[in-house]
Design a protein around this ligand. Structure first.
Ligand code: UDX
Length: 437
């Protein structure tokens, strides 16, 4: 099929390459010339495992190209809109200016029978507004809402073989057409057993935000239990294991620690709250404000533990911060708890040396004042304390004895509960996790 993908960020670039990998003819379009130049050269402008390989193979077949010219979408009959919906400056709601601009720019290039599939995470009600607008700007084109559930770090796999496909479509003939076109786009996943939920616009939009709200709630639930564990001497990791054996609860997304960040969960729960308030149903998701608060408190808890372990004397102390990305296998520092901890410790007068296998450049753009080390050994050298905030495998594999030889003080805060507390203590470290004895 001939496909255009509007917006080539974390979501769109992966979608474009994955669709070409599946055999479709794809043009990826973005207003950012540097991004398009990089993608055209086969170099992803961000770190995503597996993406360079499919970019190279799809480009070599001639099925994938990139452009800054929206008119290049005209040759396609399916158009995915995958632009960002960041948090509004000074507010909690989603900023829809990129979505609106993409639809306005795309409309003149659409033909009757084309399907536009919205992938961006939007407030419920957006798709029906955009569909009404398309009726006048692109008569005969049909809008579907087809949310994306990919996780950074697993984006290629999540796109090629997703857990589920959701199509929000209008009633009647146009909706049936849009659903059948999307079935053809995703034929290989569907043949592989991926379930498809065909529904209305509002449900499709809500599936995405409620899935992220649920995941955020699950993480904050276990982090709330960590807070209780901290005042009772209980161990949140053992607790998570025990409740996780209940299949109704499940162990995944029950890792207590410094909490969630990234370009999705934090802003999506805030935008959902703002939208529910606009709809007069703020009370229905008021708990998401608590979810957000619990999450942000965990960052402060990591700071407080460091301050406590350094006997209140943080000023001038050298602190190695292991991790900057919001999670391993990503270079994304948007709303990253790790970067936040590094910045706050520096604010307290510490000499912070932060490191990350992939995220230093992105962190440096936002916080040039921080000191960065390209490898963990340099960051750890002569540290008075160490804080692990992103559980990259190379950090969780560190040997306490070996690290102990480098540092000045054997003090470590494990902000991800990812280290073997017994082994670190046995090597003479003062070890503190979150919600653990
Ligand atoms: C998330 C959703 O998982 C995905 O379906 C959606 O499309 C986009 O948002 P992503 O932001 O890539 O994906 O990251 P995810 O793997 O969900 O992790 C989010 C954050 O939660 C990370 O900061 C991670 O460290 C944290 N987390 C995750 C925990 O603190 N504890 C856990 O048990 C799991």
């Amino acid at each position: 099929m001939k496909i255009s993908v509007i917006g080539c960020g974390y979501l769109g670039a992966v979608h474009a390459a994955a669709m070409a990998e599946l055999g479709h003819e794809v043009v990826g379009i973005d207003v950012d010339a540097a991004k398009i130049e990089s993608l055209s050269a086969g170099i992803p402008p961000f770190f995503e495992p597996g993406l360079p390989a499919i970019l190279a193979s799809a480009t070599a077949t001639g099925r994938l190209r990139f452009s800054t010219d929206i008119a290049d979408a005209a040759g396609a009959s399916v158009h995915f809109v995958a632009v960002g919906t960041p948090q509004q400056r000074g507010g909690n709601a989603a900023d829809l200016r990129f979505v609106n601009a993409a639809f306005e720019a795309l409309a003149p290039h659409l033909k009757a029978g084309d399907v536009v599939a919205g992938k961006s995470t939007v407030p419920v009600g957006t798709a029906s507004r955009l569909s009404a607008r398309l009726e006048s700007t692109a008569p005969g084109a049909v809008l579907a809402w087809n949310p994306e559930f990919l996780r950074e770090g697993f984006a290629v796999k999540d796109t090629i073989s997703p857990d589920r496909l959701v199509y929000g479509v209008p009633d009647g003939e146009p909706g049936a057409l849009a659903a059948s076109v999307l079935d053809r786009v995703y034929a290989s996943a569907i043949e592989g057993g991926t379930p498809v939920v065909v529904t209305d616009y509002a449900t499709a939009e809500l599936v995405k935000v409620s899935a992220n709200a649920f995941l955020a709630t699950k993480i904050s639930f276990i982090n709330a239990m960590a807070e209780i564990a901290e005042v009772t001497g209980a161990d949140v990791t053992a607790l998570a294991d025990a409740i996780g054996y209940d299949a109704r609860i499940g162990r995944r997304f029950l890792n207590a620690g410094v909490g969630f960040g990234g370009g999705c969960l934090p802003k999506d729960i805030r935008a959902f709250t703002a939208r529910a308030e606009e709809l007069g149903r703020g009370e229905s998701v008021a708990f998401l404000k608590e979810v957000d608060q619990i999450n942000l408190r965990r960052r402060q808890r990591v700071i407080d533990l460091i301050v406590e372990l350094l006997d209140g004397q943080v000023n001038g102390k050298r602190i190695a911060v292991l991790g900057l990305a919001f999670k391993p296998h990503s270079d994304d520092v948007r709303d990253s708890p790790a970067l936040d901890v590094a910045v706050q410790l520096r604010g307290l007068g510490a000499e912070v040396v932060a490191t990350d296998p992939q995220a230093i450049e992105n962190a440096r753009v936002r916080h040039p004042q921080l000191k960065y080390a390209t490898d963990a050994n340099t960051a750890l050298q002569d540290a008075d304390a160490v804080v692990l905030v992103t559980e990259w495998p190379e950090y969780t594999a560190l040997e306490p004895e070996v690290v102990g030889e480098r540092v000045r003080g054997r003090v470590i805060v494990d902000g991800r509960n990812a280290l073997d507390a017994v082994a670190w203590r046995a090597a003479g470290w003062t070890y503190r996790g979150l919600g653990r004895r």
